[in-house]
Design a protein around this ligand. Structure first.
Ligand SMILES: O=C(O)c1cccc(C(=O)CC[C@H]2O[C@@H](n3cnc4c(=O)[nH]cnc43)[C@H](O)[C@@H]2O)c1
Length: 208
């Protein structure tokens, strides 16, 4: 029998949205907490059971203006720890530039291919992982320039990817808000959760 796909979300509302659309025979959904540390620890604990064939980091996200509009669905090609590194007077240095490892983890190509085939309207691109939600135009512009392939930002993908290790990993997000000046009241949570339920209906197609 084929092992199920594990989908990890940050919060319970995201898990409920995924469960509302996903096939429970093929997909197990667990909320593991907000941010990369909670995501990595929670995912590692679940994967240690050996019960899963692959893991997907799913949930809502901020979309980079002009790249991923509110309400759209994004498929992560790479999950990038965009605040892992060092600040210098001349700008930010990534851990790669510091020589301490990598801040870029690619999603599994075959999982990505299945998701793109199953969700033809979704936007493929990089997803940056940050511990702090962007809240100014200056930070949004810096991130957009530093990561030209990034379509969205969220807080967990890189942590889940680290925990996945050699197990196939991917990131699936629906956009609740633009990356930019903080306007929490304007986040379109209902639309993003509805899009997440719809996108999750295709997850079983990604199961081998
Ligand atoms: O109100 C806040 O600023 C806030 C801070 C932390 C978490 C939240 C959540 O709603 C948790 C859900 C989840 O949403 C992802 N998300 C959504 N939009 C963004 C964004 O613009 N930048 C980064 N992450 C975003 C993230 O993965 C949260 O875990 C709200």
């Amino acid at each position: 029998m084929t092992l199920p796909l594990l989908v990890v979300t940050a919060v319970a509302a995201e898990a409920d949205a995924v469960r509302a659309g996903a096939d429970p025979d093929h997909v197990v959904v667990e909320p593991v907490g907000v941010g990369p540390a909670a995501a990595a620890a929670g995912t590692a604990r679940l994967l240690a059971t050996g019960r899963y064939q692959a893991v997907i980091s799913a949930g809502i996200a901020g979309g980079f203006p002009g790249r991923a509009p509110v309400g759209s669905t994004v498929i992560g090609l790479r999950s990038i720890a965009a605040d892992l590194g060092a600040e210098t007077p001349d700008g930010f240095l990534t851990v790669d530039e510091l020589g301490f490892g990598t801040s870029v983890l690619p999603a599994d190509p075959s999982l990505v291919r299945s998701l793109i085939e199953a969700l033809p309207d979704a936007i493929p691109g990089d997803v940056v992982t940050l511990s702090t939600v962007t809240g100014t135009a200056a930070t949004a512009e810096r991130l957009a320039a530093s990561y030209p392939q990034a379509v969205a930002e969220a807080m967990e993908g890189f942590g889940v990817a680290v925990a996945a290790g050699s197990l196939p990993f991917a990131e699936l997000r629906t956009v609740s808000n633009p990356v930019g000046p903080r306007d929490r009241a304007a986040w379109r949570l209902k639309d993003a959760f509805a899009a997440l339920s719809t996108a999750s209906g295709a997850l079983w197609k990604a199961c081998g």
